[in-house]
Design a protein around this ligand. Structure first.
Ligand code: SAJ
Length: 425
């Protein structure tokens, strides 16, 4: 059989490569010509451990090809972005465009799978959209004759561990009909080692949103707690460490806010649909966004107390040990600081080669961690990269630190975010 994967991003490309590595013919489709060309040449345009080698292998042995235009296949997987707009409403434009691009190619027996994070009801909407363009088709099977099969199967891999989690994670698979589910399940079992749990498309859609909303809410609890600790002048790291020794307590880590394109986005797909019911989720979004503002304000207040001091901004990525700057609270905070303090801001981000233009235009420059800590009098830790955790801190007593990730708790001169004297009311 042949699989067409529509969208060659962080999910589509690794998925296409893993399926191709099982000896199944895969065509990757991306409307971005540069992306399609890059993949077709056996190279990759995103950074993810071990993906380069895998793509090179499956392209050179012919199991993975890439192009701009969808072509006939047995199975179509849609893995395109579903962002939110300025009003926090889901933007399904890419999904609908992908559906329209394949509708004309479908023949009875084809399986269409949506992987993109989507509001409840989207998969049913897709099926209706296809049937509106193709009145000759039906969904499911009747009297032994197949129509097309439509199912939802959300991705749930963690960036940085995608190739491992793609195979080992349990999957949740929800078809429009039971036969749709069964067919999609049979397909996923060819490359997933985790359990492929069968359900309905609407349940699968809500499961995906629930997972990320749950994490967002739990991080919000930690972020709220960090401000409460701050009020009392108590270390949040110590409170969490001790509280987590309780067998039924497991508090996540506070930080400078929640970034990435999933956890900070997906709860809105629920909140937008049922605003009156999603009250904790809504508040969690506000709490996490507010944490970013609070950190920016505190950093500005501290830097204002050190006229002329250079400031090491440690980390830009949205989380540890990745190069992904999308929706990163660290970038937002660094931008605020660079807008005010220009060339006094020294950015440290070991995972990227060049500073984003917006920051360099404001006069900020990039330094390696050791040089930055030597040259600066103030350090703002925004990401818990391994490189930062490993840096020896002895002899750096001159530094005033706001450590939003709690990686330098042992540092003698540290001003934990909850104890910055300048900021105590
Ligand atoms: N964060 C904290 N404190 C924590 C944990 C995370 O502040 O204790 C922050 C991170 O720094 C980051 C953000 O939250 O800014 C999100 O990071 P993450 O590692 O929790 O998640 P993502 O966005 O990399 O991936 C998530 C995962 N979802 C869950 O863990 C429920 C992943 O499994 C999903 O596949 C992915 O979203 C997605 O694509 O939906």
């Amino acid at each position: 059989s042949k699989v067409a994967v529509i969208g060659l991003g962080y999910i589509g490309l690794p998925t296409a490569a893993v399926i191709a590595s099982r000896g199944i013919r895969v065509v990757g489709v991306d409307t971005n010509r540069r992306v399609a060309r890059t993949v077709a040449s056996g190279a990759i345009h995103i950074s993810e451990p071990d993906l380069d080698g895998l793509v090179q292998k499956v392209v050179s042995n012919g199991f993975l090809t890439a192009t701009n235009e969808p072509e006939p296949a047995d199975i179509f997987m849609i893995a395109v972005p579903t962002p939110i707009d300025d009003e926090n409403r889901p933007d399904l434009g890419c999904v609908m465009a992908a559906v329209d691009s394949i509708a004309g190619l479908l023949v009875p027996g084809n399986l269409v799978i949506l992987e993109s994070t989507s509001p409840v009801g989207t998969t049913e909407m897709i099926a209706e959209r296809i049937l509106a363009q193709r009145p000759d088709l039906r969904v499911g099977a009747s009297n032994g004759k197949p129509g097309i099969f439509v199912a939802y199967c959300p991705e749930r891999v963690l960036p940085g561990r995608i190739l491992t989690e793609l195979v080992s994670n349990d999957r949740c698979i929800g078809g429009i009909t039971a036969e749709c589910t069964r067919r999609a399940q049979a397909f996923y079992k060819t490359f997933v080692r985790g359990t492929c749990v069968a359900t309905t498309s609407r349940t699968a859609e809500l499961v995906k949103l629930t997972e990320n909303a749950y994490r967002d809410t739990n991080i919000a609890f930690a972020n709220e707690l960090s401000l409460i600790c701050d009020h009392y002048g108590i270390s949040p790291w110590e409170v969490i460490d001790i509280a987590n020794r309780h067998p039924r307590v497991n508090i996540l880590k506070p930080g400078p806010g929640v970034g990435g394109h999933c956890i900070a986005v997906d709860p809105w797909f629920i909140i937008d649909a049922v605003p009156d019911l999603a009250r904790v989720m809504r508040t969690s979004r506000d709490v996490n966004n507010n944490k970013t503002k609070v950190i920016a304000e505190r950093a500005i207040a501290l830097i204002n107390q050190r006229p002329g001091a250079s400031v090491a901004c440690c980390g830009l990525a949205f989380k540890a040990n990745v190069d992904d700057l999308r929706e990163s609270p660290a970038v937002e905070i660094a931008m605020h600081l660079a807008e005010r303090f220009g060339s006094r801001i020294k950015v440290v981000e070991p995972n990227i080669r060049e500073l984003p233009r917006a920051l360099s235009n404001l006069g900020a420059e990039m330094l390696p961690i050791d040089e930055a800590l030597m040259a600066c009098q103030v350090a703002i830790v925004l990401v818990d990269h391994d490189e930062f955790k490993m840096i020896p801190l002895a002899g750096r007593r001159h530094l005033d630190v706001i450590d939003t990730r709690g990686i330098w708790q042992d540092m003698p001169s540290m001003i934990p975010e909850n104890r910055a004297p300048a900021l105590r009311k």
